[in-house]
Design a protein around this ligand. Sequence first.
Ligand code: ADP
Ligand code: TRP
Length: 330
Amino acid sequence: MRILSGCQPSGKLHIGNYFGAIRQYVDFQHKGHGLYFIADLHALTTIRDPRKMAELSRSVALDYLALGLDPEKATLFKQSDIPEVCELSWILSTVTPMGLLERAHSYKDKVAHGISPDHGLFAYPVLMAADILIYHSDLVPVGKDQKQHVEITRDIAVKFNQTYCPKFDPGTGKGGALKLPESFIQDDTAVVPGIDGQKMSKSYGNTIEIFASDNEVKKKIMAIKTDSTPVEAPKDPDKCNVYALLKLFAAKDELKAIREQYTKGGVGHGDFKKKLLEFFHRAFDGARAKHTELIKNEDYVNDVLRKGAERARAIATPVMDEVRRVTGLR
Ligand code: ADP
Ligand code: TRP
């Protein structure tokens, strides 16, 4: 089984990225061949400062390694190191109906949040389809916000296969030049809320970054938006942003006790935030220490990405050859 996914280097990785996606990358690297990349071409839709782009790409690579991706097991690489992806993206765009992209929620959300609606942002799902299809990926672990993009990828692959592969059977997905992928979404962490209660996202400024300084993490956790229920009053855990985050970290028995404290009253939001801070450090301090070590080892990270790109390219090459053959380009 080939598993593929990636995060954009449009900011520092946060706990939404971890619980929604990266934790699954780590689990899946033991179950098949994982290909995990840094989606720098996608991040060009929001990052226009070259120094920031280089720095953030590097930072995502470091974060992947510190969080437990093992370059001996999984292939880690930068999207832009595989130029064939852009070639495939163009070829796919010629079979992609406009309506398919016009219905994309992510595009509409980003424009509503003030990101400029240029062609790159509109064509974003086609590049993502190329990322997935060029490696004949079987499974794509992502957060819920990316589910529709994987569905669009399947639609584009079907359209391509129907156009160019006479033996393609859309019922079984067999006989095409491009394999139809499935998304994998972990239900209980599908949408991690940010400190303002909206979906946590690098582009919304509401994140808790995994590798921020102790002070910064504390500041962010203490700033989580809560209602003004007094300390002594019972509180509804299911309406509380702090509880939604506590749920990600707590063991079953811990969560049961926390839930009781909410419903009984007598514990304030500040105390629940302190608990969350404690859980954060328990979960991430190991990775944070590894991160500090990796920062000192620039050559190692560069080497991992170089070898990863070679491996990824070796998988992409025969798929591209077939695409060029069936389209008559070569
Ligand atoms: P961001 O929205 O912060 O820019 P990306 O778009 O780079 O994050 O997402 C990288 C991965 O993390 C994707 O699989 C995405 O679905 C997942 N992800 C991002 N934010 C969340 C969240 N708040 N909850 C669950 N998963 C998320
Ligand atoms: N669009 C994804 C996101 O914003 C990042 C991404 C780009 C991706 N290409 C991909 C994820 C291919 C999975 C597979 O989160």
